[in-house]
Design a protein around this ligand. Sequence first.
Ligand SMILES: [Ca+2]
Ligand SMILES: [Ca+2]
Length: 620
Amino acid sequence: MKKNLLFTICCAMLALGASAQIPALERVEPMFWWVGMSNPNLQLIVHGNNIAARNVVLNYPGVKLKAVHKVENSNYLFLDLEVFSSASPGTFPIKFTKAGEKALVYNYSLKKRDKSAGRAQGVTSKDLIYLIMPDRFSNGDESNDSFDNMREKGINRDSMYSRHGGDIQGVMNHLDYLKNLGVTAIWLTPEIENDEPHASYHGYAVTDYYKIDPRYGTNELYKQFVEKCHSMGLKVIKDLVHNHAGTEGYTISDMPMKSWVHQWPTYTKSNFRDAAVMDPHVSPMDRKLMQDGWFDHRMADMNESNPYVQNFLTQNHIWWVEYAGIDGFRLDTYPYNDPAYMAKWAQDVKAEFPKLSIFGETLVWSAANQAFFTQGNTVNRGFDTHLPGITDGVLKDAIFEAINGNDGWTDGVGRLYSVLAQDFLYQDATRNTIFLDNHDMSRMLSVLKEDFTKYKSAMAMLLTMRGVPQLYYGDEILMKNLSDPDGLVREDFAGGWKGDKDNKFTADGRTKRENEAFNYVSKLANYRKVTTALQTGKLMQYVPEKGIYVYFRYDAAKTVMVIFNSSEKEQTASAERYFERIGDAKKARNVITDEDVDLKQIALPAKTALVLELLPGITH
Ligand SMILES: [Ca+2]
Ligand SMILES: [Ca+2]
């Protein structure tokens, strides 16, 4: 999430008390739960008109109502339950009683956990992630394009700020395409309800934490999507936003208590300076502004030190994993959150789902800044974040610098070499998600000035480097544009809508150049899929010389050499210098062309990266 992507519409500071009349019992969340979770405690949030004036009655074997909390706003009750492992799955009434009035009843269900293999299996460096903005990928169901009871109505594909009609069904219709490309995991930008009046398509202003946006589908369809992905060997990552919530959600428009969100006398935005989180010389006010300032007028900053907020968010996230079986979480705007809460959150989630993978968005400017947020770095902090990985934007910039820049101590390939040397900062850099672009930044092809050779070199590095590689939808068919504004990098995938002139999902609908790009990415991605050296192998890199940069990925099974000529001229390289990894190999196979390459004389066209699998040497 980038700070400048939204309309900024003034709104007064939030106060308690909704203007609109709410039903006597509007909702109970989580709306159901499971028996046998590792944490037996469950806190229900109950919203209803003056619900606090009622008593709560709950009788079910194995479930104890430990406490009923009344808070500032009488439209809320918080119920602390303990669900013992002895409880049987089933449904029981929770009664809200008041003398002289009919009791209100919510039938609460405790379900049996689904422990089938393949659920919540984690996304690792063995995977290749494909990031999709669902509104802009494919419209698989025209009947859900617009709803009269939602604030933003209609679709308009000519406007980059409007909804375009893409949905979960559209993604489901193209899983074969993704599978063929070599993708193994799908990350959708938030598909949760965003019932905001403007630019709601991006999904980062949640208004209902427990509901897939009807314009994307239903909760049931989302679950089916995950199950279908799993049946095809694909994993699913869910995008979570802890830091802020859309101002139209019920917990914001009718807050339980003033301290639900960070309150300021007048609208106060974040200073967007992650350095203030880690700076030993920091001004306390600067740090407060960074963490407690608002991201946008329409995105209320959650007060994550409030225990009710903590329970509300954490339980919601656990609910989605157990409900749908998703495999990983991407955490939006990670540095803006309360660090202590996020550490606790990660531990609570991992206690329930040990294999689930988690990576945090850290749009920061140095490896040290990124590494600060990761697991195992306790310097100057006194606690561990328990965050396994981050989005490695620093490596992205270094790859672009290696390709676009000129070789120097810290420029050109020298930058990439230095940034990788800084992996000592991480407990395990292979847990970082690596990428060349996403929905918040310029598309890679445009950053590389639409140079096709550079495009291939960048893709070669992305798919052979340490970490969990992530593609952004359409990069494989040469979608382009600079992110100015964001909408330009969120264009529709051609062929995703009925009646589209071109269908880039098929080879016939792509140009020759687009097919060349697709085939290049697909060949490397599918090679990566069967090459453990690229997934979990070690990395060894060499000091660049004459603008030539070389690294190896290797394990007991294979050695893959990546050699990149960053200069503007063709060069010839000999592999002798790399004897530690070459051993007695004389030849290698070019993974893209399948041609044999003589390692004594490797021809390197300008700005080209070769991916070479070493062929075993002949021993006498
Ligand atoms: Ca639709
Ligand atoms: Ca915050």
